[in-house]
Design a protein around this ligand. Sequence first.
Ligand code: BES
Ligand code: ZN
Ligand code: ZN
Length: 504
Amino acid sequence: MRWTVAKTGAAETAGDLLVFPVFQVKDKADLSPITSLTGGHGPDLGPIIKSGGFKGAEGSLLPVYCGGVKAGWTLLVGLGKSEDVGLETIRKAAGHVAKQARKMNAAQVLVAVPATGAVAFDDESFARCWVEGGEMALSPIGEMKTDKPKGKLTPSSWKLLASADRVADMRRGAKEAEAYAAGCLFARELVNAPPNVLTPIALADRAKAMAKAEGLTCKVLTVPQRKKLNMGGILGVGQGSRQDPRLISIHYKAPGKNGKKAPSFALVGKGITFDTGGISLKPGANMDLMKTDMGGSAAVLGAVMIAARLKLPVNIHVVVPAAENMPDGLAIKPADVLTMANGKTVEVLNTDAEGRLVLADGLWYAAQEKPDHIIDAATLTGACVIALGTYFAGVMGNSGDLIDTLRQAGGETHERVWPLPLVDEYKDEVKGTWSDLKNLGNGREAGAQTAAAFLAAFVDEDTSWAHVDIAGPAHTNAPQPTCPKGGTGFGARLIARTMQILGS
Ligand code: BES
Ligand code: ZN
Ligand code: ZN
């Protein structure tokens, strides 16, 4: 979709649908920006809107035809009470509008941006969230259906309308949002792709294509190359599948001559393109959801795409260990001992705890470049879903500062993370009997923390590191105002925003 910001008046601007985001005051809609709209040359909209029962409640919509405005159709969207309006309220409102505009087949949508004096954010943030919400709400699904509607999808262009003094701020917000939304949509597209299509090799191909389009360098390590590096984790998990595993590595360099001094990040994403559980086979019910087990890789690939588009002043190394976890004659089995790239030995007690095995090698590989920060994202444990549900990802690590920044960033992007404790007792639980480590804790308790404790063994104590367990929020079973059913792209905007904060 094309997004522009214009300073033309609402009634005079040509378009198909003129949108008014409306606050609620007490139990009534604040219609002051609308009632004077036609300057007395059209109908008085006040009584019409009231008779439609529209009170400005959050998420409510009312389309009204108005002869006195050039666009003809107007659409009111409720924002709720100004004191309750946050950034996500704006994204959601834009999402509701985008879907209604599509229903009405409106190609050009105009938005009369309300005054932001009464809310806790500025015009730039309004524009950013509106554009993000509108783009994200219409992210495509059902791409493989053969009866897709033909022709151009609506809306095709949006204009945010505001007075001349507000335009520059809003343009900045809208531009940034386009990059953020694109990264999120890319991540969703990867998560939604079926696992027979998105094999580890296909994931590497898509990462390569994205890197090329964004001007990044991409290297893909094949099996013999990883054998040389003794990556027993990735090779072990991949050996039960006919689909070869891959290790994807992408570099983004901060632009400008001071780029070398910019903070450096390693982003490691779990790229299990399908998780059957392996020999420790998962039950059949809902196993289809395990196509989303590469959600961490989608998040880090989306994040680097955003960083590249915004030319963020940070250096990034993305590492994606990609494999398919299958049970076959060659598959790893409980009691096997693997030797990882860092030389540590690991007893596999459950082949379904495969994410930590591939991440261990990924984290080691990322650490070779001595980054300032390491962030890994992974759909790692069902235990994290039990603990936090789907609204929050779990975050653990060795740096309170990095965790705090992730929490701040997640508050802004509405990809919320919540800290879980990572203390030595959990690290003791993953010490092995026959080997250095085992890939399980003692029983089912604290499964998210014992998984993180396992990862900690592959991270240098002195490097700031955070692990984000996105098993809950990586996908949604029901459509949301800014996300259709399926992959949410969770983590892409969160990690990009975290790097933006730390790079500024
Ligand atoms: N991919 C799963 C985790 C998962 C669960 C992701 C639910 C998304 C939704 C992971 O590989 C796994 O199976 N973990 C096991 C670990 C256990 C065997 C220690 C789990 O959480 O049950
Ligand atoms: Zn598993
Ligand atoms: Zn998994």
